[in-house]
Design a protein. Structure first.
Length: 283
């Protein structure tokens, strides 16, 4: 028996030719194939529109067969406006999706530990000398982008999320404290100050699916260690990476030492090891 679904947006046109009076209305309905239960089975007729009707006020939403709003996951994400961005001295940018904490003058509150809010992307810019004088903690954010371009900025950095970028470009930046990246997808760390012998003095560690570390002259004197399920690259300039380079990788690992003591302290244990400027001493 044909059945008509009241929730469906299908329009059923029934053409009946009947002669009679109101007393035979029930017979006419039955003869036209309509069940008074109020349901209709469109069968295999592709000409019928069988998309489910949207509840009032939800015309802009996408409703799946299970009745779940496809935008629910996006709506559930913590918006920057609802995070701790402002209380941490930052402001929301990129359409309100990311938190920017900017230390670009002496009057900003960037003398104590900087903690990125959870659930949003976080960008920290330490452009003024001697700002970010304590640790930068970006372990709860969804992604991290940390720039230490001022002199003597950033004393210890910890980051996680899906990806993390750390740029210590100021003279003697990141001179005190570990640089520890545990981002799931990728870590990109650069200790690339043009001058100064105290650029990234303590150890640099990377635990991620992909690690990329670049240390300019005299940088990364505390050594660099990469542990990755993918590929890794550690490149050290003249007299950089005094305490050596160590890489554990399931994929390929490139270790490069331009000059200095790191030439005899490159240790690679990976699917493929490429050692430049010295010899490999497996860890």
């Amino acid at each position: 028996m044909a059945r008509f679904v009241s929730k469906s947006r299908s329009r059923v046109r029934v053409l009946c030719v009947a002669v009679g009076v109101a007393s035979v209305a029930a017979g006419i309905i039955a003869g036209c194939g309509i069940d008074i239960v109020g349901t209709f089975d469109p069968g295999t007729d592709s000409s019928l529109d069988t998309k489910p009707a949207l509840p009032p006020g939800n015309e802009g939403s996408i409703v799946t067969d299970a009745g779940v709003d496809a935008d629910a996951d996006a709506d559930a994400k913590l918006a920057c406006a609802d995070s701790l961005c402002v209380t941490q001295g930052g402001r929301c940018e990129d359409g309100g999706n990311d938190c920017l904490i900017e230390c670009d003058d002496a009057g900003t509150n960037c003398k104590s530990t900087i903690t990125c809010p959870p659930g949003v992307g976080c960008r920290v810019v330490c452009a003024f000398d001697d700002t970010c004088a304590q640790k930068v903690d970006c372990t709860l954010a969804t992604s991290c982008d940390i720039t230490c371009s001022g002199k003597h900025t950033c004393h210890g950095i910890a980051c996680a999320g899906t990806s993390c970028k750390v740029a210590c470009t100021g003279v003697d930046s990141c001179e005190i404290g570990l640089i520890d990246c545990k981002a799931t997808d990728s870590c990109t760390i650069g200790c690339t100050a043009d001058a100064g012998m105290k650029n990234c003095m303590d150890a640099v560690t990377c635990t991620s699916a992909k690690c990329n570390v670049n240390c300019n002259a005299d940088g990364c004197s505390g050594g660099v260690t990469a542990t990755t399920t993918g590929d890794a690259s550690i490149v050290c300039g003249a007299d950089a990476c005094d305490k050596g380079l160590t890489c554990y990788a399931k994929g390929a690992c490139r270790l490069a030492c331009k000059s200095g003591s790191c030439a005899t302290k490159m240790c690679c244990d990976a699917g493929t090891c490429l050692v430049e400027g010295g010899t490999n001493c497996p860890p």
